[in-house]
Design a binder for this molecule. Structure first.
Ligand SMILES: NC(=O)c1ccc[n+]([C@@H]2O[C@H](COP(=O)([O-])OP(=O)(O)OC[C@H]3O[C@@H](n4cnc5c(N)ncnc54)[C@H](OP(=O)(O)O)[C@@H]3O)[C@@H](O)[C@H]2O)c1
Length: 222
């Protein structure tokens, strides 16, 4: 069973994912730039959620650097403005055969609207160019609201995944499927990550314009 780590795991999305993943994986590590903040986040989770077995036994805290050195699958839950500099600083800690999943969304607010603020290259593809050869990269989770996951309310949502290969996709799909109510859907290769990174802006506008609380994506087929 792979060990899971979250870089920037002290934020809303990282914390929420860590809680769910600790129900299925032996080791789920919340990473931070500051180990004390990671420890404090773990303490807060235990206070708010109670001393449940899966939290006590499977949830750990560490520095971002130790997360990258020690975990098999690393999820980057970082603000887009800091994602690339963070991965650059951690690049030497990565090793072959790890999987790096970017949950980063790229958006800005102009007036009352959110816009996907795309660069020429997606954050996920930039990450791919920074990490050592043999680290597999994917992009996912951009349309999953952290608040709903954290509350552990019943959820039914699709997680769109772009991945550098179908083999990488399968590894990320296992991770996504381990969270009850989430269904992974393969979108295509990393060239499509830029589209996923822009979806959060649309979801936020949909929430505001239609007064929907924590909307998410669910693809129907007939
Ligand atoms: N929240 C959601 O519902 C949601 C849903 C889908 C996608 N996303 C995307 O997922 C990513 C994470 O979202 P979030 O809401 O969890 O973000 P967040 O709470 O704003 O930040 C996550 C973590 O990033 C680290 N961080 C902050 N500034 C940093 C810097 N200058 N350098 C390096 N690390 C820094 C912090 O960890 P430390 O201080 O502990 O290092 C922070 O706890 C974002 O790209 C967001 O757009 C969010």
């Amino acid at each position: 069973m792979p060990s899971i780590g979250l870089i920037g795991g002290t934020g809303d999305l990282g914390t929420a994912l860590a809680i769910h993943l600790s129900k299925k994986y032996e080791i789920v590590t919340i990473g931070s730039r500051n180990i004390e903040k990671a420890r404090a986040t773990l303490k807060t989770i235990l206070q708010e959620k109670g001393a449940k077995d899966h939290l006590l036994n499977h949830l750990k805290s560490a520095s971002n650097a130790d997360v990258v050195s020690e975990c098999d699958i690393i999820i980057a839950t970082l603000p887009h403005e800091n994602a690339i500099e963070t991965i650059k600083a951690l690049a030497k800690n990565f090793r072959q055969e790890q999987v790096l999943v970017s949950a980063v969304a790229v958006l800005s607010k102009v007036g009352s609207q959110f816009f996907p603020s795309r660069g020429l290259e997606s954050i996920a593809k930039q990450m791919k160019s920074i990490v050592p050869n043999g680290v597999e990269v994917a992009s996912a989770f951009q349309t999953v609201p952290a608040a709903i996951l954290y509350k552990e309310r019943e959820i039914s949502a699709d997680v769109l995944v772009s991945a550098e290969s179908s083999n990488t996709y399968e590894k990320v799909a296992d991770l996504v499927s381990s969270i009850e109510g989430l269904r992974p859907l393969y979108v295509g290769d990393l060239d499509l990550a830029v589209e996923l990174e822009g979806l959060t802006a649309l979801i936020l506008n949909i929430a505001i314009r239609n007064r929907l609380k924590s909307p998410t994506l669910k693809i129907n087929s007939f």
